[in-house]
Design a protein around this ligand. Structure first.
Ligand code: SAM
Length: 293
């Protein structure tokens, strides 16, 4: 066995923080895992094996990172906290398969980052206990790039996890759900108690597995999908017809025809539409507008 400290021990983590003059920073969503079983469960869910290429967002003190490195994975971590980066660089000094980048995950150029792993392009796994304050924008940034990973195992606050997997008629169904289900197949693997974090957050978390889905739409149609989904859920109590006529400069009669082609009732509310109805609506509207121009 290697000489690494047990980063998931609250006492050892506390000592490391004291030695490096660190404090958990709330505005960076820092809640560190202090339960080795949960760490193993997350890494196990990602089926990490020797030679895997992994991107990890927000390694913190390296609990997940170390567990994956021990299994022989190559891991590139993105962290913004300089103090933690100092700690990580010292801890992982003797682990050449762990690359530590000081980089904001919201500003990452995924094409460039993933492009660096030439041999493993298309096979990169994404793992993270995500900082709760960036999870929504972070997921949108991945969807914008077409979710360029083989698969992802990500921990979210439970309410975000529910939004990501919600379907039509569910209370949590909204923009994030439709885009997540358009780009990915996802399911909640297990829930995680707030007691396994230091400091303890106010609410529990859930771990999700996400895999990219084949995309049905062209680039232009996808752009319109974002406009339609965002626009419709902005006023979710309004009918589809009223929403569409607010978004597009088309007559109501023309919009009724387009909706009929999907088919979707003009009186339906956004939360009743399935992902494939949203996709068809985007395709039909895009192609109609394209012909006009
Ligand atoms: N992976 C560690 C664990 O499970 O114990 C820490 C997880 S903690 C919930 C989130 C981590 O993400 C923190 O280390 C925090 O500094 C980092 N972080 C916050 N915002 C970030 C961003 N925009 N880009 C990259 N890392 C970020």
């Amino acid at each position: 066995m290697d000489q690494m400290p047990d980063i998931t021990s609250p006492r050892i983590l506390g000592d490391l923080f004291r030695d490096y003059g660190l404090q958990p920073r709330r505005h960076l969503g820092q809640n560190f895992l202090i339960d080795g079983n949960i760490v193993r469960k997350i890494v196990g869910a990602a089926e990490i094996k020797k030679g895997d290429t992994v991107l990890e967002i927000g390694p913190g003190a390296g609990a997940l990172t170390l567990s994956m490195a021990r299994l022989g994975a190559h891991i590139t971590v993105l962290e913004v906290d300089r103090g933690l980066i100092r700690l990580l660089r010292d801890l992982f000094e003797a682990w050449p398969q762990v690359e530590i980048l000081e980089l904001d995950a919201l500003k990452a150029d995924w094409d460039l980052l993933i492009g660096r792993f030439e041999a493993n392009r298309g096979a990169v796994k994404l793992i993270s206990n995500l900082p709760y304050n960036i999870s929504g924008p972070f997921m949108y940034s991945l969807f914008k790039e077409g979710f360029p990973f083989a698969e992802a195992v990500l921990m979210f606050q439970k309410e975000v996890a529910l939004r990501l997997v919600a379907g039509p008629g569910d209370r949590d169904y909204g923009t994030l759900s439709v885009l997540s289900r358009y780009y990915c197949e996802g399911n909640i693997l297990f829930e995680v108690s707030k007691n396994v974090f230091w400091p303890r957050p106010k609410i529990g978390s859930a771990v999700l597995k996400l895999k990219p889905r084949p995309r049905e739409l062209s680039a232009g149609e996808e752009e319109l999908l974002w406009t339609v989904v965002r626009g419709l859920f902005q006023q979710r109590r309004k009918t589809i017809l009223n929403n569409m006529s607010r978004l597009f400069n088309l007559s109501r009669a023309r919009l009724v025809d387009l909706l009929d082609e999907v088919p979707v009732s003009p009186a339906a509310r956004p939360e009743e539409l399935s992902v494939s109805q949203f996709a068809k609506l985007a395709r039909i509207t895009y192609n109609y507008l394209d012909k006009l121009s």
